[in-house]
Design a protein around this ligand. Structure first.
Ligand code: AMP
Length: 304
């Protein structure tokens, strides 16, 4: 496995592999790798000759008061995990490699899909994501790029970016991976104290409660939002930012729970008034005449 830092070196390595007939799969990350990231590597490894994992904490997708400086960075540990998972190239550019002129004059904006959910509290976030993804797709020239449905909105936004700009890449969404106690894996879980880590499990517990409620016949989105708000309010260390029910394909709001749906939430975990960690979680539901099916992702280490 190679660790490359320069754009030109990665482009050359990928071009050479393609000339030799290899297919290329890309897994974009911000590092601090965990099993959620590695599940994307497995998917890429299964389908491609050359697997490129990018590790770049992209300043463009952080807001002014967010955790850009504190974000965990450990390239040696990431490279060891990547090598063990079968990655061929780790692309770990510095900020100057990716943005040599400073803030780029060209950015990419996907409308509508970015307006609500995480986009409401993070108005510049998705432009940073789509801009860096457009650059990564141009540099690596991957035929498939693998994203986690943990960041469901991000996956839909990046898919739309590729579709609208005819980028020659298929944006694949992979299952959300959870810790054995249900907490969605996230690099930001490292910020949590043991008490906060315990409290954060309310997010996956409440999603299971939502699935049970919909299974029992609840069809009013307001009733679901209310159920979530009440359950989260019982955890003093967790403050709900939003709970939204959307159509899963275009993220449009719904008046009734019917069809293919996304239940997405974001919350801040930590003492009120103190330092908090923003976490997100979601599940998808299909509500139809035949009943309700739910996808809460997979528990790491279990069969399904
Ligand atoms: P990040 O490093 O947080 O930017 O994430 C890089 C990629 O890994 C994104 O496509 C995420 O959706 C994906 N990812 C992060 N956590 C998980 C998880 N728990 N399960 C599946 N994919 C994940």
């Amino acid at each position: 496995m190679k660790v490359l830092h320069r754009v030109a070196d990665v482009r050359a390595a990928c071009d050479e592999a393609r000339r030799a007939g290899a297919s290329v799969g890309l897994v974009p990350t911000m590092g601090a790798l965990h099993e959620g990231h590695l599940s994307l590597v497995s998917a890429a490894r299964a389908e491609h000759d050359l697997v490129v994992l990018s590790v770049f904490v992209n300043p463009l997708q952080f807001g002014a008061r967010e955790d850009l400086d504190a974000y965990p960075r450990d390239l040696d540990a990431d490279a060891a995990l990547a090598a063990a998972a079968g990655v061929d190239i780790v692309f770990a550019p510095g900020v100057d490699d990716m943005y040599p002129t400073g803030r780029p004059l060209t950015t990419v904006h996907v409308a509508e899909l970015t307006a609500g959910l995480c986009g409401a509290a993070r108005p510049t976030h998705f432009d940073g994501v789509t801009t860096v993804c457009a650059k990564l797709f141009a540099i690596v020239g991957a035929c498939h790029a693998y994203f986690g449905r943990k960041d469901y909105q991000q996956w839909r936004v990046v898919r739309r970016l590729a579709h609208d700009l005819d980028l020659p890449v298929e944006v694949v969404g992979c299952p959300l991976v959870r810790e054995p106690d249900g907490l969605a894996m996230s690099s930001r879980n490292r910020y949590l104290t043991p008490a906060e880590r315990d409290a954060a499990t309310v997010l996956s517990r409440v999603l299971r409660a939502v699935v049970a409620a919909v299974d029992a016949g609840v069809r009013d989105p307001a009733a679901v939002r209310d159920l979530v708000a009440r359950a989260v309010a019982e955890e003093p260390l967790v403050a709900l930012e939003y709970c939204e029910i959307r159509r899963s394909d275009d993220l449009a709001p719904v008046a009734e729970l019917d069809g293919e749906l996304l239940v997405a939430l974001a919350a801040h975990v930590g003492p009120p008034g103190g330092r908090t960690t923003r976490l997100i979680d979601n599940c998808t539901l299909v509500v139809g005449p035949g009943g309700v099916t739910a996808d809460l992702g997979t528990i790491y280490g279990s069969a399904g």
